[in-house]
Design a protein around this ligand. Sequence first.
Ligand SMILES: [Mg+2]
Length: 238
Amino acid sequence: MSGSGVDAVVFDWGGTLTPWHDIDLRRQWVVYAQAYDPAHGVEVADALLAAEDEAWHRSRTEHRSTTFDTIVRAAGLRPCGAAHERALAAYRAFWEPHTWTDGDVVPLLRALHEHGLRVGVLSNTVWPRDEHELVFARDGVLELIDAAVYTSEIPWTKPHPEAFRAAARAVGVGDPARCVFVGDRLFDDIHGAASVGMRTVFVPHSRIPATQRGHSDGEPDAVVERLAEVLDVVDRWR
Ligand SMILES: [Mg+2]
């Protein structure tokens, strides 16, 4: 490990800033599809799930990103108009219970700022920035985040090094080795962040499905049982 200091802490979102929930991924699309096209809800849901599976497979194997609208189009639907807006409202309601921020986050981010550190987010996501910002604003977190990179806005996904370099740049840190990354996936987060020289903190409470595991597990520099512990870990590294 390098002897450099720490200027920023970058967090993963799902399973890290937001506690892990087991999500029925087919159900989210059934909800969307039944609102979009009640007569063909089940077939449409299957097409959406297949399109999403394909997108995440590409993320895991080629580390290429995609967007929500691309998935909707791949299933033969139009991501605009009244049907889409109706479907999106149902989809948001499905997700709402699963997006609440961990109670440690507000005090932790405030403390990191008080210690002179910048705070970033890097999320593998198909959702647009607006969706994430609504969630962060609802939970009083948005104003505590200096910069966020959502992979729906860049070509790459974690663990691609370019995703991590983009996150470091976004928080104003030229050398990724001066960032700490906190995440719940040993491949996407820990292996990926370590590959650009970031120090890594693993949050070990997510039940990652076997089909979502990558080809190698990273070795974290630290493991925390809860996010509040991140402050002490980072202070030790400064
Ligand atoms: Mg995660």
